[in-house]
Design a protein around this ligand. Sequence first.
Ligand SMILES: Cc1ncc(COP(=O)(O)O)c(C=O)c1O
Length: 429
Amino acid sequence: MPASLTDTRSSELYQRALELLPGGVNSPVRAMRAIGRDPIFVERGAGAELLDVDGNRYVDYVCSWGPLIHGHADPQVLEALLAAAAKGTSFGAPTAGEIDLAAEIARRVESVDMVRMTSSGTEATMTAVRLARAATGRERIVKFAGAYHGHLDGLLAQAGSGLATHALPSSPGVPVSAASATTIVPWNDPEALLAATGEEPIAAILAEPLPANMGVVPPREGFLELLRARADEIGALLVLDEVISGFRVARGGAQELSGVPADLTVMGKVIGGGLPAGAVGGGAELMRMLAPAGEVYQAGTLSGNPLAVAAGLATLARLDDGAYMRLAAFTEQLAAGLADAAGRVGRPVQIASSPGLLTVFFSETPVYDLAGAQACDHRAFAGWCRGLLSRGVYAPPSQYEAWFPSLAHTPEQLELTVSAAAAAFAELS
Ligand SMILES: Cc1ncc(COP(=O)(O)O)c(C=O)c1O
């Protein structure tokens, strides 16, 4: 018999929210439309557990979409936050913590000497793109289909037809002129990359080094090395967006795993420990082009906010080699358990993972790019996700998103997850 969850209070709140917030939410994926149900309103979280407003408990694999690598309401993050808040929540003047956080980031990411903080990943990407254009005197940005770098105009772009280099807006309201300065290339496609970077001058090749916004789709052997070599060859910058992978997949992010350094690194999520924060980092010469050291304008009322900095420092402080080994081991066990659960009922899935990230693709063949993710059985995925929710597992409600296992997940929660997954797979068959 299918399991079910009580959502009377969530439904009431959603009806009220629909009157006051477009679509009832403040960010689209929360609405759960991709899995054909209404959003669940959260009451509180502790560790890897979420409690909703109807009293349902879930093992949470969204974890705020990545920032909460130590889980919800982590005592050490809370302690740091309370201490910082007691001194004042924002000054619009420099604080010592900002230097500590920049130093911690620079220690972890070899290609980063200096850091400019922002309040979101979107702003950080915007800053990196501006800096790349200023540094090269060029405008065109090459990005990959299925990658997400925030909602800035020029990157809300989709490939035009055929071999068209100039992308088209992917959202109403994006000027054609903004999108047309972007070129979209299929991920993991060396020929397409070479073709797209062989015509017009390019300011930057922008990539998630471990893409997680079309589900987790790792680079194929040699692809990141090609991006690095090609950027150097054509005099473009390589901008690596580590908003998701940064400080999650390894101490120094995906750049540490691959050994391929960026000219500019975009960061977010984990560095804010659950508070709004983003950052762009890079070599000193490039970074000193930013105002007021240089002439490239960039600013933010809450940039380097003392609460976000305190939460970020408290989060990073416990992310040592041992923590990454534990996170990798948990992710591997989770991936193996989910694969086994699918195998027991003969459901063909592909599980892509790296430490702290995982996607279950409803596909018979491995997924290497956006087209592969689009070809998945989204209907079955949606049914499975609803089945997970009704059995107390809150997984990202879209085939295009990654699960975020954390250091707070326990062996008991792993067991519950795998048996819920098995039952939800069986229900589909
Ligand atoms: C890789 C990547 N870059 C940038 C962003 C944008 O960050 P934010 O939502 O903080 O603006 C996201 C958001 O999920 C992301 O996944």
